[in-house]
Design a protein around this ligand. Sequence first.
Ligand code: ZN
Length: 518
Amino acid sequence: MNRLFCAAMLLTSPLAAQGGGAGNQRTTGVPGITVDTTGVGALIDQGMNKSQVIKNLQYLTDVIGPRLTGSPAARAANDWTMKQFQGYGLDARLEQWNFGGTWERGPMWMRLVAPRAHDVVAASWAWAPGTGGKPVTGPVVRIDASTPESLAANKGKVKGAWVMLRPAAPVWNNDGPPMTAADSQRQREFFRGLQQALPRDSAARARQQQFNADQPYLLRDAGALGILLDAGKEQDLLNMSGSPNRVLPLPQVVVAHEEYALFDRLLGLGETPRLQASIQNTLNMKDSVPQWNTVAEIRGTEHPAQVVIVGAHLDSWDLGTGATDNGTGSMATLEAARIIAQSGLQPKRTIRFILFTGEEQGLIGSRKYAAQHAGEADSIQAIIVLDNGAGAVTGQALQGRPELYGLWRAILAPLHDFNADTVNDAFKGGTDHLSFLPYGVPGFNFNQITRGYNHTHHSQSDTWDKAIDWDLRQASTVMAVSAFELANLTGMIPRGQRNPPPPVMATKISPELLRANR
Ligand SMILES: [Zn+2]
């Protein structure tokens, strides 16, 4: 799941039940469409009793490891998953797309040197440069640089300094007393304050957006050593993001919340923290570099040109091993393919399994895939994605399509005993199904039990030990059953609203600020 695309989730209570039907046919409330549950028992048996998903996840995370898009490990994961699909009897291939440029994390350290000394829990943000292979030292300052005016007013403070641009996040101590109403209110206000309200006037709006793009360049030109970010989590957990579409011109370092809050408190006492750091990263933005999505298919017997897509992202951030984000989703996708292929059942429509890369940098692999396949969008029955961590599936989110409530209730009805059949009208953000919505393709991302995803997500703690075998078996089975039933529906699901897809492009920096990185 991607931070940049994680829109607010609109959660409401499940809608009233409907559906039912005779024999293996279930009505859906959608004209001309019924769900055929024939074969579901065989899929459940295959998924729950003959699972290979936990073993595959272990190989992916422990042996191949983290899969940063553009890294050799990402390509190794493409090759390995292609072979796995082929081993299960599917036609599989790699489909190329072009990425803006690669970034390689090198060694780094950061140390508080005044008013006392300790090592700082920190990591370089991705697609940020290092310190040129040498340690740099400077004070920490916290300034408001959210508008051209505030940055101009504070510019004199940043020369030779590590810059914090926000107060510390209100991370709650879960071992202390519970939150009061006032605490919750303060927390809500803080997070609301992070969402910058853009001016309504279009010229003022464009000016602010350009300033947001230019801000790190302006800080570099003012002589800042680097930007510090609050990881915003408990227990020293870190956080990560970045993209070749927003390459930074100066070091940006995410520090554990405990460190960031300490710097902030010291500043409040009139004590200036001083930090020394050495960061070595390698950016290669010279050319567009090829990347790949792994694509595999089970061909439909009656409507082979009509396709159900089952997907998840194979790439990950690199502090942990990308187990819950999104080794679990991608291995459930691989397992759904095995379940269907080895059940001996044949779907009427083609089922295509896609493991996307470039998700963490802005859903790039799936956006490019959807654009390359725009001509066949009307033949895509639906895309179903799993990307909310290690937990079992609880059901489906309707993604702004409330008229499909009965359809999803009918699809998930055979999974009632697995607690996977609730349907709500949430709009899920942050992952690859979004890339298909502008083309009118019905797109969904399953709801899941949290299982600590708030902690593991993008942190160094995202490792195989967080996976739960039963949950993974269940999620893989839900994916397989849903895909098979979608492939065998009596008709095509009505298309969603079409919108122009947002272009995949780099943030445009004001030309006068662009020069070689220091
Ligand atoms: Zn993610």
